[in-house]
Write a protein that binds this ligand. Structure first.
Ligand code: FES
Length: 154
């Protein structure tokens, strides 16, 4: 398969045959966040504005992310020319306010938080919350399961 042309912000990069977008960007010195290079951390996620998204580029993403055109550049060997863009803060961050905390009990040894969201948002397993409580300490919790209520772990 021949290389494709990838537009990203002010850059136009030509991929080599069977080269991922991330590898092409690294080769050409285009700065893009990445970490694992294997499809698990989602650090390299971008949004597709034009072009076809290969199925392998969305492996492990939620239905919501897929519907919004997210793809992982480290897993994307493009099959068409593409225009892609970084995720915007609106793609990533939703303010939420804790309106109730239920302390652990013997019967339920977990904290239960009730949130009010600043805007409607779909959550999925793997999403993280950063809890800011006005001190310099931040706690990150990650959704690990959904069964009637969301189950998250620190
Ligand atoms: S760099 Fe980790 S998923 Fe792409």
């Amino acid at each position: 398969m021949s290389g494709k042309s990838i537009c990203y912000e002010t850059h136009i990069v030509q991929t080599k045959p069977d080269e991922t977008i991330l590898d092409a960007f690294i080769r050409c010195g285009v700065a893009i966040p990445f970490s694992c290079r294997g499809g698990s951390c989602q650090t390299c996620a971008v949004r597709c504005l034009e072009g076809d998204i290969p199925i392998t580029a969305q492996k492990g993403l939620s239905d919501y992310q897929k519907q919004r055109g997210y793809l992982l550049t480290c897993c994307c060997i493009p099959t068409t020319d593409m225009t892609i863009a970084p995720l915007s803060p609106d793609d990533i961050i939703t303010d939420a306010f804790v309106i109730a905390i239920q302390q652990p009990t013997v019967a339920n040894p977990c904290y239960n938080f009730t949130f009010e969201l600043a805007r409607q948002r779909h959550f999925t397993v793997g999403d993280t919350f950063k809890i800011v409580d006005g001190t310099n300490k931040e706690n990150i919790i990650k959704i690990i399961e959904y069964d009637v209520e969301w189950l998250a772990t620190a």
